[in-house]
Design a binder for this molecule. Sequence first.
Ligand code: SD4
Length: 338
Amino acid sequence: MSDRREFIKKATLGTIGVSTFLSCNQVENKNEKQAVFPESNQKKPLIISTWNHGLPANNKAWEYLKKGKSALDAIEAGVKIPEADPAIRSVGHGGFPDREGKVTLDACIMDSDSNCGSVSFLQGIKHPISVAKKVLQNTPHVMLSGQGALQFALSEGFVEENLLTAESEKDWKEWLEKSKYEPVINIENHDTISMLILDEEGNLFGGCTTSGAAWKMHGRVGDSPIIGAGLFLDNDIGAAAATGLGEAVIRTAGSAMVVELMRQGKSPLEACKEIVERIYAKHKNHKDMEYLQVGFIAVNKKGEHAGYSLRSGFNYAICDEEIGNRMEDAAYKMSWES
Ligand code: SD4
């Protein structure tokens, strides 16, 4: 067993999928089985975010919601916390660089009217989520990339800065010695942060931000800034977001598919599980399988939520009125040894 797997095994020992299965009490339309949720049943507001760094992000977003700020502002404020934290090596400042030593960032944000903003392959800007929000608000487009995204960010008053920390530079130099590309997901339990909000009015919002796969090729874009892959929502149905190997999520249009399954009446857990099973079926003989990890979080209009991953070790933070902010281990298909 590789050191990496051994590490993951230890880090996740005893972690068995404990997500509560909440059935989707959908109301059936006359002829079709479509999820239609009576407004009075909604549990709101609710925030769910991927990984441990979801906790401080949820806290900040909750504070914003309680102050009466918009869910879009709440998402931005929430995920800016891991973006700004140099100790978090998979998001924003301090994120692992690509194989040329460049930190390149992907992010997107989406509101309940299906307005979206996204940036990909953005360098030198600490808060890609804020640039994505500006794309949503101030441009006729959904997605800006690379140099164009940077140019736009500067025109909006963002300041260019060095995002490569001494620690990340050191790790990159060590990686260069072997130069073996094998994305590590789960380590230190923080990866891409995706956040989904069901606000007081029962409307859905989502955001996602990442430095992507460590040691990726220069120019590589993952699933996180792609609406439909890393994030998707339909305000009539539900919202979903992904973490893990972006290539696998893009190949399967992951988050959009989770929402479509909820539309067909599946609970968030059933929907996430079915898409993870599909990703497994498509990849079980694929070269990526050895290090493949994908995880989804999803919430429907009633505020039922779930997380499900291919391999053990994925968890997500939930914040609501009833219990407050806490972590929940996602259910999963298999452990790293299998
Ligand atoms: C990517 N999905 O760029 C991101 C990375 C990630 O957990 O989420 N890792 O592929």
